[in-house]
Write a protein of this length. Structure first.
Length: 427
């Protein structure tokens, strides 16, 4: 942590004035509170709305009104190819080749679609490795896929238990589990960032380790996409899935995404096929035989949801202009300042659970409230009432996520000052 930090409005304002990305905040709608902007730290659950989204949606609605079906071909952004308009910028954000990514469906649907192709259990190798305490979407999907293939999750689901003091996982723990169970594990499915702790994982190291043991390796990047500068292609991961309503700011229930490594682009893999995944050169011949489009596009089922893709297109254009490297640099500055405030001003009230090493975390700090659930919930409710928007996780954790596109050092200071005011009033 930097010794140059100060817990003063003047210092925070000066740091924000020197921020080369400060103008991007003006491209988002900040929820108001008591006549001013709230301190919004919940981009890990729902990113803020880019101002340009309303016009983007209106343009598609106008084309629908004026052209109807002809908007597929004659609109300002012809709908026939709409999912391709987000491809290049999406590939930039996740560090992939454009042909390796596709925006489609939702995270849960995409996870099932990927597992149909990449989870191919046998009696000798039926198991899936996941982290204990995974987000329910992953656990439910993995259990149901295991049952679908006729195996028992009680024996075919191997869970990685946290081995570090604050509930995080070491690479050594993953190595130990794979050394013990690797010969029976068909699929390793881990997060890019663990949703509860905020811990970031080394995708390349995990992939290399899993592949050495003969496992397919995939990642749930719900909390990593738009948060960290991921290098999916270079990681060697077989597949990945994510949602777009968190750091990608594409709106509630936004269209998700999937990555399939280029080495699988033309592989003959089982899949749940759909018309839009058919080779686009012959798609409209309506033939009876499914011929998949090479690359991630071949896993599409239906034509693209235009009104869901328009907000994602707007947000990805902002990411393209900002650049993931610069966003990451600012993110580390914000979380560093937030962590310093907790340690130096609020240590009697709060404890940071997320790893201190910036390489092992993204924008989120998971912060435990000392004194138990009742006290923690009281603080969380106080913060919400006073315009500091975070996220509560049972039994005593508040997740605070300064998103570099729109958060400031002043927001971090506002959080600390609100906690201090609550402490002073409650002892």
């Amino acid at each position: 942590m930097s010794s140059s930090y100060q817990a003063t409005a003047a210092w925070a304002q000066a740091a924000d004035a020197a921020d080369p990305l400060r103008a991007f905040r003006d491209e988002f709608l900040i929820p108001p509170h008591a006549g001013r902007d709230s301190a919004y730290f919940c981009g890990n659950s729902l990113g803020l709305q880019p101002r340009a989204v309303r016009a983007a949606l209106a343009a598609e609605l106008d084309d629908w009104a004026q052209l109807a079906v002809e908007a597929h071909f004659k609109g300002r952004s012809p709908w026939m190819h709409y999912h391709e308009y987000v491809r290049d910028h999406l590939a930039e954000v996740v560090g992939a080749l454009p042909s390796e990514v596709v925006a489609m469906n939702s995270l849960g649907v995409n996870l099932h679609l990927m597992m149909v192709s990449f989870y191919r259990p046998t009696p000798a190798r039926p198991a899936i490795l996941m982290e204990a305490g995974a987000f329910p979407t992953d656990r439910y999907a993995l259990e149901s896929q295991i049952r679908f293939h006729g195996f028992d999750p009680a024996t075919a689901l191997v869970e990685l238990e946290a081995d570090e003091p604050n509930g995080t996982l070491s690479m050594a723990a993953i190595e130990r589990v794979l050394a013990e169970h690797g010969s029976r594990i068909a699929l390793v499915l881990l997060p890019g960032v663990q949703y509860r702790s905020g811990q970031a994982f080394d995708l390349k190291a995990i992939t290399e380790l899993g592949h050495r043991h003969g496992c397919i390796v995939g990642f749930d990047l719900a909390h990593a996409v738009g948060n960290l500068p991921i290098q999916l292609h270079d990681s060697g991961a077989d597949f990945a899935i994510w949602c777009s309503y968190k750091y990608l700011n594409a709106g509630p229930g936004a269209v998700g995404g999937a990555f399939v490594h280029a080495r699988h682009a033309r592989a003959t893999l089982p899949r749940l096929a759909g018309w839009w995944g058919h080779d686009k050169a012959t798609r409209f011949q309506m033939g009876p035989e499914f011929v998949p489009t090479p690359g991630a596009d071949g896993w599409q089922l239906s034509n693209p949801p235009i009104l869901a893709l328009a907000p994602l297109r707007v947000s990805l254009e902002i990411f393209h202009r900002a650049g993931m490297a610069r966003l990451r640099e600012k993110s580390e500055q914000l979380t560093g300042y937030l962590e310093w405030l907790v340690h130096t001003q609020l240590a009697d009230v709060l404890e940071v659970l997320t790893p201190a090493d910036p390489a092992r975390r993204g924008a989120q700090l998971s912060i435990r409230v000392r004194g138990g659930r009742e006290r923690g919930r009281a603080l969380f409710d106080y913060l919400t009432e006073h315009g500091v928007v975070g996220d509560w996780r049972e039994p005593d954790v508040i997740r605070i996520s300064p998103a570099p596109l729109y958060n400031r050092h002043a927001d971090c200071l506002a959080f600390a000052q609100a906690v201090q005011a609550w402490r002073d009033a409650n002892g």
